[in-house]
Ligand binder design. Structure first.
Ligand SMILES: Cc1ncc(COP(=O)(O)O)c(C=O)c1O
Length: 488
């Protein structure tokens, strides 16, 4: 039997792992779980039991363990709650209730948290590892769509000749609304300023087609904004290649990494990405609507003091007031330099780096939740997680393909629309069901089996085994339920 490491090696080399003849058995899945190097991390999470997942009141459950654990397959939407989140939030509440406003500058000795003023920097440091950036290039602030608007306020600066945004055919709706409203905000017309990349008949967008659209619109394009992983199909784009190509044509490049952060390995600094935004409630597990993240490349975070004779040392930064040059932005006092933030000066002096894009005093409770969630990532690394993820998703794919084999070829009950190439996907497999009532039947069966899984009507289900807490046995059990419905 191939080990997880061997499977990951084969998958990273673009091959397929070999599965033993008994791969489609509970025993085989259990063997893989035994050799999983990060299986202990599941204990860091509150995995809901069947009794918990069906509860309708906060009243204590007489037997919370009843029926065993539910099968949670929705980490691409909302990650499970890490136990550390409760501990960190409690510590924050205790800090606030005991030392009050002094918590801004003081941390209690035995608290896992820093002083409130330092928490954004602490969370940035934790997230920087996950996105391949320096801590100064990362900030925790606001929520994803708000950050997308703030980044576009700074980086989408259309001119009469360069006014277009290149996006894809089916961005997450909030991104579409943000893109369109930005275009309209500048008095432009979506019909002429928004370019949509179209997929092929398999809903796949090849890198070549992205590059050729960039070439076709290069002279008129101000911004390229794509998802690292497309939320509907699960396709992972070639971020470094696309970024390098667009930037070589003078186009600003931003990425929505909602489905990529904590899921796949990222090197945003080295890839020369201009900016990126992400939420923290999916693979980062910080809780519903939790405070989001953003990346701003070092070159855009510079704050250059102008020489006393008025000469600036750089030419590409805008001068915003007499003393400093920096990338223009919508500003607020929390983007102001920490050293002088409380001097209440009339002129804005941004803190260098991504943190200079903050506006308001952030919620210390939200930051505690994020910091708690990220502490789980401090116990591992993205290479180890991705290795498991590659194997876990390949196992799910194999079991799904076995269903197709057994169903015969006349009218397959589904097709997987996520690329088969492991380098072009993360944890998620999107399964497009045959038209008809299959989704309704599946929903009923999954409800009965206490499986929490995500669906996009009319007929897509998204299966996203999360390496931090999902097991090979989870995958086996879920696909067994799908099999029972699909081969009915
Ligand atoms: C790809 C993508 N972009 C944007 C959003 C919107 O995020 P928010 O509501 O946090 O702004 C989501 C939410 O799931 C998403 O998946």
């Amino acid at each position: 039997m191939a080990t997880i490491a061997e499977m990951a090696k084969a998958l990273r080399a673009g091959g397929k792992p070999t599965f033993a003849g008994n791969a489609n058995t509970r025993a085989y899945a259990a063997e893989l779980d035994q050799q999983d190097p990060v299986r202990h991390l599941r204990d860091e999470f509150i995995v809901p039991t069947k009794a918990m997942i069906n509860r309708s009141s906060l009243a204590p459950l007489s037997d919370s363990k009843s029926g065993g654990e539910a099968l949670y397959f929705c980490g691409n939407s909302l990650g499970l709650q890490p136990k550390s989140v409760g501990e960190y939030v409690q510590a924050q509440l205790a800090t606030w209730s005991s030392i009050g406003v002094k918590g801004h500058f003081k941390a209690l000795d035995d608290s896992p948290l820093t002083a409130w003023q330092d928490m954004v920097a602490a969370c940035a440091k934790q997230m920087a590892r996950l996105v391949g950036a320096s801590p100064a290039e990362v900030v925790a602030m606001n929520t994803l769509t708000v950050n997308l608007h703030l980044m576009m306020a700074s980086f989408y600066r259309p001119t009469a000749t360069r006014h277009k945004i290149i996006a894809e055919w089916k961005p997450f709706p909030s991104d579409s609304y943000a893109l369109e409203s930005q275009i309209q905000w500048h008095g432009l017309d979506v019909a002429t300023s928004l370019v949509e990349l179209q997929p092929d008949e398999n809903l796949y967008i090849s890198t070549e087609s992205v590059l050729s659209i960039i070439d076709a619109h290069a002279e008129e394009t101000a911004l390229l904004l794509l998802p690292g992983i497309q939320y509907y199909t699960g396709q992972l784009f070639d971020i470094p290649r696309i970024t390098a190509h667009a930037r070589s044509k003078g186009i600003v490049v931003g990425w929505d990494l909602a489905h990529a952060v904590g899921n796949v390995e990222l090197q945003l600094h080295d890839w020369d990405v201009d900016f990126a935004v992400w939420c923290t409630y999916k693979y980062l597990n910080a809780g519903p609507g939790s405070i989001a993240g953003a990346f701003v490349h070092q070159r855009h975070g510079q704050v250059v003091a102008r020489a006393t004779n008025g000469d600036s040392h750089t030419t590409d930064l805008d001068t915003r007031h007499a003393g400093f040059s920096y990338q223009p932005r919508l500003s607020g006092w929390y983007g102001g330099d920490l050293g002088v933030r409380f001097h209440m000066a009339k002129t804005f002096q941004p803190t260098p780096g991504a943190q200079g894009f903050q506006l308001s005093n952030p919620s210390a409770i939200d930051l505690a939740s994020l910091s708690g969630a990220l502490s789980v990532y401090d116990k591992t690394d993205m290479t180890t997680l991705r290795n498991k993820s590659l194997a876990l998703t390949a196992y799910a794919e194999k079991l799904l393909n076995d269903i197709l084999k057994d169903a015969g070829s006349d009218s397959p009950p589904f097709r997987i629309i996520t690329p088969a190439n492991p380098a072009e996907r993360g944890a998620q497999l999107s399964v497009l069901l045959r038209d008809g009532d299959i989704l309704a039947k599946l929903t009923t069966a999954m409800g009965k089996a206490d499986i929490v899984m995500d669906q996009r009507k009319p007929n897509v289900i998204r299966i996203a085994p999360v390496p931090l807490y999902n097991t090979f046995s989870d995958v086996y059990e879920v696909v067994a339920v799908l099999r029972s419905v699909l081969l009915e």
